[in-house]
Write a protein that binds this ligand. Structure first.
Ligand SMILES: [Cu+2]
Length: 164
């Protein structure tokens, strides 16, 4: 039903603007709005749990989405210990350790986000009690990994993204 109504909106915009073709700026602006509306968002609330290096983890181990969808990750850092600083990075399958190593080298001045070809998306750092949001388009069908790139966290805070 939702998809149908969006299709109708899109069709009526197309009809309207094909009848007044000269005003391209206005047309482009509306097109952007329409595209925004037809994005298929899949939203996930994930908590970063724990207050020690031994117990820290993400509340979700597996994320499943459909190809072509847009992913919104709302990461809440539930930690209260000041050493519990977290983020969430999505990378190609099997590349978690590679990217984590480069993240250490990238350092705090880059929020532990490396410039790496296997990196798909990365959130800001969340201090204890903070929430950060990461939005990105789902990559092609396949399996991916996610993890926290704060130094020492990547082996404990990790999971999988499945795009179907
Ligand atoms: Cu972490």
């Amino acid at each position: 039903m939702k998809i149908l109504s969006q299709a109708i909106i899109l069709a009526s915009f197309t009809l309207f603007f094909s009848s007044c073709g000269s005003d391209t700026t206005k047309s482009d602006a509306v097109e952007t709005v329409v595209n925004e509306e037809i994005k298929n968002w899949e939203e996930f609330n994930i908590s970063a749990l724990g207050n020690t290096m031994q117990e820290m983890m993400f509340s979700e181990k597996n994320i499943n989405v459909k190809e072509g969808s847009w992913i919104r990750i709302i990461l809440k850092n539930e930690g209260i210990d000041q050493a519990m600083i977290h983020n969430i990075l999505f990378v190609n399958f099997g590349k978690r350790k590679d990217v984590a190593l480069k993240a250490n080298e990238a350092g705090p001045e880059n929020d532990f986000i490396p410039n790496h070809p296997e990196l798909i998306a990365a959130s800001d750092l969340a201090l204890p009690g903070e929430t950060v949001t990461l939005e990105f388009q789902a990559p092609a069908k396949g399996n991916y990994e996610f993890f926290c790139s704060y130094p020492g966290h990547a082996d404990m805070m990790k999971g999988y993204l499945f795009v179907k």
